[in-house]
Write a protein that binds this ligand. Sequence first.
Ligand SMILES: [Zn+2]
Length: 80
Amino acid sequence: MITCRELAESLFDLVSGQLPIQRREEIVLHLTHCRSCVAYAEGYRLTVWVAARLPRQPLPSHLLQRLESLFPGDQEGREG
Ligand SMILES: [Zn+2]
């Protein structure tokens, strides 16, 4: 299991696509257990990336809500 600090440092390589697959898996695993890092990763819009790679199980409700807030979808409403 990588540490929170290692995860944070790896995000840069992750978004640039230069991270080894094994490392990516470690990050996903960490994010499934560490809510603080999930919140941090949201700053990188990585929740979608993570969601696409999580094991075949429903996303936690709090994560779904976060995703919906970040990506409202095709709603045409203009808010603030
Ligand atoms: Zn963490």
